[in-house]
Design a protein around this ligand. Structure first.
Ligand SMILES: [Zn+2]
Length: 335
């Protein structure tokens, strides 16, 4: 029987983990989605919204849930199928100015029949992958396999978080098509780094979601609806501030790194009028709600029966199959 956690000690471990990851990030200059800090924060706060019974289990493994929130980004270069799970290029589905969603079935098989699997993979599959991961998580609960519950819970948190980022819904994911190169890291890493401590995390409680599929598509739609503002305000604030004051240099580990200047970030953040905070809060609520829903849909198994397993037959091996990275996936480095 595991003890209830020691909260102070856990906090200390988390802080050390967080500092360690920040350091790692500064050394590798990895452009991760939501930044490492954003993903970790989303998974951590999602745990706090869970009902007490489920929360007790997740709290015992909080450092794992938090650290594994970035695992899907870390294996992006090793697993060929991974990259497409983090985004959906909705631009591809606009035809004659039509709403891109009209011709985009939410059901995976219908989408494959309509567009072919190769095409879906080429333009990103994040909403379908979230639904697939939810079933894996549900199955892990049904089998009382705590190892897989924790793995899938942490990783679905990542994909849901990515679906809440406007720039994960477009081919212009890093502003490269509109001369705004670098906007991806600006929106989801730099702004979070400077502002996340000021956000309101009083979000409420996890909710049961009758249709995870419907919810994740609604999240993607809301992300995409915010895309115009993400690009437009960056252009406006850049014009106001001017190129000389847009960037500055900050010490990161042993290197001096060019970053968006604080003054520019503050002005951009203000012009977005709470958008980053709203998307972050929505992501936290949905992650927590999907974890809770998977447990309910598994028939609310007795959580004291969950067991850590060394190995599982049901684990999808493609996650661990190391494949040669093609140049095509490397190009998508920002997703
Ligand atoms: Zn990602």
């Amino acid at each position: 029987m595991a003890n209830l956690f020691n909260y102070k000690r856990l906090k200390l471990v988390l802080i050390l983990l967080f500092i360690g990851l920040l350091f790692t990030r500064s050394q590798t200059k990895q452009a991760a989605s939501w930044g490492f800090a954003g993903h970790q924060r989303i998974n951590e706060f999602a745990v706090y919204l869970l009902p007490a019974e489920l929360q007790a289990v997740f709290m015992q493994h909080l450092p794992y849930i938090v650290s594994q929130s970035v695992a899907p980004d870390q294996r992006r270069y090793a697993v060929q199928q991974e990259a497409a799970r983090h985004y959906i290029d909705l631009d591809h589905y606009y035809t004659k100015g039509q709403d891109p969603f009209w011709n985009l079935p939410q059901n995976w098989q219908e989408a494959v029949d309509c567009h072919t699997e190769d095409s879906l993979q080429a333009y990103g599959i994040v909403p379908w992958h979230v639904v697939r991961m939810k079933y894996r998580l549900q199955k892990a609960f049904e089998e009382h396999n705590l190892t897989l519950v924790l793995k899938y819970a942490a990783e679905i948190g990542h994909y849901i978080a990515d679906a809440h980022v406007p720039l994960h819904t477009t081919e212009n994911y890093n502003g490269q098509l509109t001369n705004q190169y670098g906007i991806h890291g600006l929106w989801e890493s730099r702004l979070i780094e400077l502002q996340a401590e000021n956000y309101n995390y009083w979000i409420g409680k996890a909710k049961y979601l009758p249709s995870v599929q419907k919810e994740i598509w609604a999240a993607v739609r809301a992300s995409h609806a915010a895309l115009d503002s993400v690009l437009k305000f960056e252009r406006q604030v850049s014009a106001q501030i001017g190129p000389a004051e847009k960037y500055s240099y900050e010490q990161r580990g042993s290197t001096l790194t060019k970053v968006y200047a604080r003054k520019f970030c503050e002005a951009y953040h203000k012009s977005l009028n709470g958008m980053v905070e709203r998307r972050l809060r929505a992501a936290i609520l949905m992650v927590s709600s999907v974890w809770f829903t998977a447990w309910v849909d598994a028939g609310q198994p007795d959580l004291s029966r969950l067991k850590l397993e060394a190995h599982s037959k049901t684990e999808n091996l493609d996650e661990d199959t190391i494949q040669k990275t093609s140049s095509r996936w490397k190009q998508r480095s920002c997703h």
